[in-house]
Design a protein around this ligand. Structure first.
Ligand SMILES: Nc1ncnc2c1ncn2[C@@H]1O[C@H](COP(=O)(O)OP(=O)(O)OP(=O)(O)O)[C@@H](O)[C@H]1O
Ligand SMILES: Cc1cn([C@H]2C[C@H](O)[C@@H](COP(=O)(O)O)O2)c(=O)[nH]c1=O
Length: 205
């Protein structure tokens, strides 16, 4: 793997999408070729799975399997070829979201998630993950002003509390990879934190 693989995580409404455009611009200014992508989704097949998983009723295990099925296609068809070509892949959500939402939120056991992550990723892991962290009530207020809720966004606050705890557990397990950003601040203050991490991790040559 020669390119950079960076992921962005957090509960719905944390402000990931708002920051990713600036992050893409930061890497492009350094001369990187940037690929912006997302999960669930990122390929034609995975986008079809996204439409199903965000809108159709299903049980938690089906939801988990569809997330990982889409991830497999996304890795094979888009992420791994882009990394092999030396590109910088910026991915709005990746496997940490499965641990937070299907593990924490839905309560599926880690013993179910861990082997799936191993099989599907086969060693491909983000080198850096920004975790945009904020209280679920603040995120819910932001979402309410922005758009209509999908099947997962329509969950109650306690679901997002468990998902937030799931992200915290992932950050504690991988402190070198996962950087917590205080996402409750203004967009400018959030950007200052992100930019400081980028400047420290990727100093100018
Ligand atoms: N730091 C911020 N302070 C206040 N509002 C914000 C901030 N960042 C983003 N917002 C607003 O909150 C809403 C959600 O932001 P955004 O879509 O970036 O979140 P997200 O993490 O990408 O959400 P999702 O994961 O559900 O797609 C938008 O209306 C956006 O303008
Ligand atoms: C990758 C992934 C995502 N989810 C959830 C998290 C969000 O509620 C939606 C995606 O919506 P977004 O607006 O694009 O953030 O999917 C999940 O539950 N499990 C996953 O693995």
């Amino acid at each position: 793997m020669t390119g950079r693989f960076i992921s962005f995580e957090g509960i719905d409404g944390a402000g990931k999408s708002t920051q990713i455009a600036s992050i893409a611009a930061w890497f492009r200014a350094r001369g990187d070729e940037v690929v912006l992508t997302r999960e669930p989704g990122g390929t034609a097949l995975a986008e079809q799975l996204r439409a199903l998983v965000l809108n159709q009723p299903m049980d938690a295990l089906t939801e988990l399997l569809l997330m990982f099925a889409g991830r497999r296609d996304h890795l094979q068809a888009l992420i791994q070829p882009a990394l092999a070509a030396g590109r910088t892949v910026l991915c709005d959500r990746f496997t940490d979201s499965s641990f937070a939402y299907q593990g924490g939120g839905r309560g599926l056991p880690l013993s179910m998630l861990e082997p799936l992550a191993d099989w599907v990723q086969a060693g491909t892991e983000p080198e850096l993950t920004f975790w945009f962290d904020l209280p679920p009530a603040v995120a819910a207020a932001r979402r309410a002003g922005a758009r209509e809720a999908d099947r997962i966004e329509a969950q109650q606050l306690d679901f997002f509390e468990r998902a937030r705890a799931g992200f915290a557990a992932r950050a504690a397990q991988a402190p070198q990879r996962v950087v917590r950003i205080d996402a409750s601040l203004s967009p400018d203050a959030v950007w200052q934190q992100v930019e400081a991490v980028l400047a420290q991790r990727y100093p100018a040559c």
